[in-house]
Ligand binder design. Structure first.
Ligand SMILES: Cc1cc2nc3c(=O)[nH]c(=O)nc-3n(C[C@H](O)[C@H](O)[C@H](O)COP(=O)(O)OP(=O)(O)OC[C@H]3O[C@@H](n4cnc5c(N)ncnc54)[C@H](O)[C@@H]3O)c2cc1C
Length: 497
């Protein structure tokens, strides 16, 4: 099969790149190793649309962060993936005035226009829960939070509506050059010929480059752990609260998610800890978060998770043609650590510009429609919550009734599952439906709904579906349930909850 461009990896960078390519009369394929899109770093991160002041304009990640951030409002208007502006604060304690000032100036040099230095009093007026010892902060009005996997899925849905093909469960395992000007990518299922390859394989990007004979992109994994709290807890804060950045990144933040959960984390360790979570790391995260705000209630913690950043040599993004002489037609976007989500719309545009410079003809597709309808999970479509008793009574409806409530905690009905199932990237796992509908993301973490969702999906697919989470299947050990209470600092642990 012959394509103009194959994008390897259906994370946010690959998905948005595929969507940019869909604007042109091209034959485009996305190959993804996993059973769903957005299964790498795109699934597990802080989901912040950063202001663009933390990285310098002498880095690609700094420049693309500022450019990418500016595109989020229009992207949201087109794709309805879930983005809202919250503003962010970098909090300064005693003696940090100079460092806040330096960040402010870096932001100005980057072209960021919505920054202000705030006094401690201004901070507390905006964020009543913040530590009274905070002496000042850098405020960025336009920073926000989004739903990263929805962004990737929405971009792919929009790309697929214009002929882009997406093949899941197809890891690229071999790369060949059948003739000059062509590449052949093989997966365990098939082989595909193409003129151009864009390596957006995240943490797998170094290995993919090596399959093509490129050895300059060995990536270092850097893991970060988080705690998520029940829906509604995000109202503890009004904006995203950072501490001053350290040598390993932006540090532990406290912020709301797009859907209104409280999120605390991440830490940073130069290792891929297998995506397990650890009591000692989470305890240190909670301690740092408690330094920022009071009122974090561990009784309301519902989940821990780990995300893994990929760090390229030198620490910057590695983007563009690999080597136009020896590897004509091979492009990449690897080492896309934070702020890669924020930068992703700009990264996608840059990659398409690079492809054109490398010889890809770009004939605009007549009738390209950049819009994609929101899923029921989007805040614009979520109905006012029912009482638990009302939701419970809807669970008693017969299977097959679109109004039957499948997930009580997040109030997901059969018709919501059906809509998510029928859109864009095929869904073949319980977790795929969870990401698209939130069934299983609530208080009970799927205990009630997972078997019901699995049965529903089984009916649609006509094949057995195990009521098991990806994390369980892959043997992940995650701190959960009652163990969250053990994350209190030792001094607190004797107190009644
Ligand atoms: C802890 C953490 C916190 C972060 N916080 C933020 C934040 O708040 N704001 C922000 O802007 N950025 C943040 N980031 C960065 C952001 O998440 C990433 O930059 C972004 O998700 C990278 O997307 P990607 O598409 O490059 O990679 P990924 O999402 O990792 O996608 C790569 C895809 O390639 C697939 N793949 C790999 N190998 C192969 C192969 N051989 N064949 C086929 N497919 C393959 C994988 O399965 C995966 O789906 C954070 C990252 C982490 C880990």
């Amino acid at each position: 099969m012959n394509y103009d461009v194959i994008v390897v990896g259906a994370g946010v960078v690959g998905a948005l790149t595929a969507r940019e390519l869909a604007r042109y009369e091209l034959k485009v394929l996305v190959l993804e190793a996993e059973a769903d899109a957005a299964m790498g770093a795109t699934k597990a991160n802080s989901a912040i649309v950063h202001g663009g002041f933390a990285e310098g304009s002498d880095t690609l990640k700094g420049r693309l962060c500022v450019l990418g951030r500016r595109k989020f409002a229009s992207l949201e208007a087109e794709l309805n993936f879930g983005f809202r502006t919250t503003g962010s604060l970098v909090l300064g304690f005693s003696g940090s005035g100079e460092r806040l000032q330096a960040l402010y100036e870096k932001g100005l040099a980057n072209g960021v226009t919505d920054l202000e230095l705030w006094s401690g009093q201004q901070v507390r007026a905006h964020e009543p829960a913040v530590n009274p010892e905070v002496e000042g902060a850098l405020w960025c009005a336009g920073a926000g939070v989004c739903s990263p996997w929805d962004l990737a899925l929405a971009a792919l849905e929009n790309a697929m509506a214009h002929g882009v093909e997406v093949k899941l469960n197809q890891p690229v395992t071999a790369v060949a050059r059948p003739e000059p000007g062509a590449w052949r990518l093989s997966t365990p299922k098939d082989s595909y010929n193409t003129r151009f390859v864009v390596n957006c394989a995240g943490l797998g990007g170094g290995h993919l480059d090596a399959l093509a004979g490129l050895y300059d992109s060995a990536l270092t994994p850097r893991s970060g752990e988080y705690l998520v709290f029940a829906q509604g807890t995000g109202s503890l804060v009004n904006s995203v609260l950072f501490q001053l950045p350290g040598p390993l990144g932006k540090g532990v933040l406290v912020g709301p998610t797009y859907q209104g959960n409280l999120l605390v984390g991440p830490d940073a360790r130069n290792e891929d800890s297998g995506r397990h979570t650890h009591t000692d790391r989470l305890r240190a995260i909670v301690e740092q978060a408690n330094r920022v705000v009071s009122g974090i209630d561990l009784k309301k913690a519902i989940r821990s998770f780990t995300g893994v950043r990929s760090m390229a040599p030198g620490g910057d993004f590695l983007v563009g043609p690999a080597n136009s002489q020896t590897h004509q037609g091979w492009l990449r976007a690897v080492g896309i650590q934070s702020p890669g989500l924020t930068a992703s719309p700009a990264l996608a545009e840059l990659l398409v510009t690079n492809l054109a410079q490398e010889g890809l003809g770009l004939v605009p597709r007549a009738g390209f429609d950049p819009t994609r309808r929101a899923l029921p999970v989007h805040l614009s479509r979520r109905p006012a919550p029912l009482s638990f008793a009302q939701a419970e009574s809807l669970t008693k409806l017969e299977p097959g009734n679109p109004e039957r409530m499948v997930c009580r905690c997040e109030q997901v009905r059969e018709c919501d599952l059906a809509e998510a199932f029928s859109r864009g990237v095929p869904v073949c796992t319980v977790d795929g439906l969870k990401r698209r509908t939130r069934a299983g993301m609530g208080w009970c973490q799927g205990k009630f709904c997972r078997p019901r969702v699995a049965l529903w999906l089984q009916e649609q697919l006509g094949t057995p579906v195990e009521p098991v989470e990806e994390a369980q299947r892959s043997g992940l050990h995650r701190v959960q349930g009652r163990d969250f209470l053990g994350l209190r600092p030792p001094s607190d642990q004797g107190r009644a909850q």
